[in-house]
Ligand binder design. Structure first.
Ligand code: PGA
Length: 253
């Protein structure tokens, strides 16, 4: 089964609107005509009204790093899915490890957000991954299975088209922002565990078609080896996505 790769930039809490505009101005010409992979940018919410119009008409998608699960309400500081849609965003990250670690997002919250995104036709990238202590204690497989089954609760009964839009990002927390990338073999092993769990939860066809990205210290010099693994269907890139030339080098691995 061939899966189209998705290379995604997670800008985290970086860039002003002017810096975001400058990135897009430099980046789009460099990836023009590059249709082998899907490309998506995930800027802070305040940058969306800059980045979305700047990418309009290109093949570069733009999404949010986080959305709230509620349609609207008294949730100070949060962004709703309707707000994302209204400014033209098409994708969202869900359950990034920094959200789990610093903002107490649980598998249950991740699940609610996934339901909200799918209801609105927003493409979700569900992030899962173990922390170092879990890996060292031999708990990686059980953590990944728990996170996947938690995220996908109640998803099996949704429309096939909605389910097919789901993307997973495997991001071992010990590899994020540390310069310590998982080896391609370690990443591929984790992807196999996740895909087997997805097969149990959502069926063999869904599992075979679902894209599982790798994230954690992806750089221009390690992307090719990662992408050589059949199990790895793209990358979620933090630090190395902030500069147009470095992110372009990753996109064009
Ligand atoms: P990194 O971040 O590439 O800087 O390790 C990846 C991520 O957090 O999505």
């Amino acid at each position: 089964m061939s899966r189209k790769a998705l290379i995604a930039a997670n800008w985290k809490m970086y860039k002003t609107p002017a810096e975001a505009q400058a990135f897009v101005d430099a980046f789009l010409p460099m990836v023009q005509g590059h249709t082998r992979d899907e490309i998506a940018l995930f800027p802070s919410p305040v940058l969306l009204p800059t980045v979305i119009p700047a990418c309009k008409g290109s093949h570069v998608a733009v999404g949010a790093q986080n959305i709230h699960f509620a349609e609207e309400g008294a949730y100070t500081g949060e962004t709703s899915i309707g707000q994302l849609e209204a400014v033209g965003g098409t994708h969202t990250l869900i359950g990034h490890s920094e959200r789990r670690q610093y903002f107490a997002e649980t598998d249950e919250i991740v699940n609610k957000k996934l339901h909200t995104a799918l209801k609105h036709g927003i493409v979700p990238i569900v992030c899962i991954g173990e922390v170092l202590e879990e890996r060292e204690a031999g708990k990686t497989a059980s953590v990944l299975k728990t996170q996947a089954s938690g995220a996908f609760a109640g998803i099996a009964s949704l429309a096939p088209q909605a389910i097919a839009s789901i993307v997973i990002a495997y991001e071992p927390v010990w590899a994020i922002g540390t310069g310590r990338t998982a080896t391609p073999e370690i990443a591929a092993d984790a992807h196999r565990i996740i895909r087997a769990e997805v097969e149990k939860l959502l069926g063999a066809n869904v599992a075979a078609a679902m894209r599982i990205l790798y994230g954690g210290s992806v750089k221009p010099d390690n992307i090719a080896k990662l992408m050589a693994e059949e199990e790895i269907d793209g990358a979620l890139v933090g630090g190395a996505s902030l500069k147009p030339d470095s992110f372009t080098a990753i996109v064009k691995y």
